[in-house]
Design a binder for this molecule. Sequence first.
Ligand SMILES: C[S@@+](CC[C@H](N)C(=O)[O-])C[C@H]1O[C@@H](n2cnc3c(N)ncnc32)[C@H](O)[C@@H]1O
Length: 493
Amino acid sequence: MAERRYTEQEEALEISSLRRIISAYMNYHDAAERDVKRYERSFKMLPPAHKELLFNLGLKYQRLRWCISMNASFIMNMLEAFEPPFDMSQDVDGDDHDCGENMHGHCHADCGHSVERGDCSRSSICMNNSELHEPDDCPSKDDKTRELSRESDNKDEAVDMEGCSQLLGDKLGSCHSVDKSCNGDKTVDAADNCQDTDCIACSADENATLQQCLPPSLPLNVPPVDVDKVRCIIRNIVRDWAQEGQKERDECYKPILDELNRLFPNRSKQRPPSCLVPGAGLGRLALEISTLGFISQGNEFSYYMMICSSFILNDTQEANEWTIYPWIHSNCNSLSDNDQLRPVSFPDIHPSSSGITEGFSMCAGDFVEVYNEESHESSWDAVVTCFFLDTAHNIVEYIEIISKVLKDGGVWINLGPLLYHFADSYGPDDDMSIELSLEDVKRVAYHYGFVMEVERMIDTTYTGNMKSMMQNWYRAAFWTMRKNASQSKAGKH
Ligand SMILES: C[S@@+](CC[C@H](N)C(=O)[O-])C[C@H]1O[C@@H](n2cnc3c(N)ncnc32)[C@H](O)[C@@H]1O
């Protein structure tokens, strides 16, 4: 496999993007602390009688600080494990925080579908795709593909994400190991027993250590939109990797898994069927498909997501190793403070012991750029899209590529709404956004040779807080279509 060479400019842009994302993660603690200070300022403005009535809020703010420290501690451990694909110590131009420039003109907040204050229903960040996907030295058949991988002694039991080390390269500059005393420790106290001063100290130490990994000029005061993205990731952890997300996974992932099971009844261990999962998020669906007996590849272009999924898939040692407090960032619609401050442990399963099928991988990069390559043509038995189709600038292009990568007779299983991510773009670049009705989406699919086999609507949430007084439901379209190349009208003009 030829080694992917980055131009200096490409590499500089990638480094800037990554720095921005690492900064956002590192800024998590400070941004959350600023929120608590704001609550405290409001509290101070209360007349004494009201303060007395709400004496419990003082304790709540202390508990919040404990929760923030726990979340920050998890984040710092995750960053410590992350091995960036570039030498992050080098000086590059363009380390500012102007969205459009630093993210190669593709920066997209993608939290536009927030349904609650401080609540993002989607999380993504666009990279300059060609740069992000290009492999350094990826063993994949596609030289545009870089796969996160991990060597494993026991191929049946560990997450084998081939090519990972090529993607990730050197470790963060001069990072030292991070104290795990605030998280990843079974003996952690509950938030209500917290010694908040200890925890704040722990988090501050970690911050100081990791900050050495970034150039001194890098401002840690990151834009609010980046802070939101980190909070979105925390909610995505619940969806994919916590027991609390099981109901949502049963709604979204189980129908897909049942369908794969039904459609591929005689899966051979020698020649397992292959399944591609574009927009794989934190990787749980791709992992579940792998444990069903498929060669499963998740594809994801957000470094926010990739950093986190890589940590969970490759670096967790046991089930429920980590504890986070995902719901602390919104004071709205809580039935009680305890609901808002409840802990969530993850991962609910130990990924490496979950019985994955050899060939499980996560491929970093833009779906359009990576899979439009000739090497992927007619190479997959199944494509699964879950809450992905509406991330397209041009959904027709997505469908065309899905058809192209499937073998003739292969199946496309989809579940999701049509909440087009770029529909409300106010960016200076005026992002393209083609927003079709479900009827038109199906018409386009038929044009590319798909035949509908199963179709229904499924009610579900996306990163929902099940204890919130506000619930947002999608009526998601679910279908199985089969590619029948002879039916395709594409290219027949
Ligand atoms: C709404 S999330 C769904 C994630 C996951 N499928 C799930 O159901 O939880 C959409 C995901 O697609 C990713 N994504 C968006 N556009 C993409 C693209 N062009 N190529 C690869 N991934 C993309 C986003 O980063 C995000 O993780």
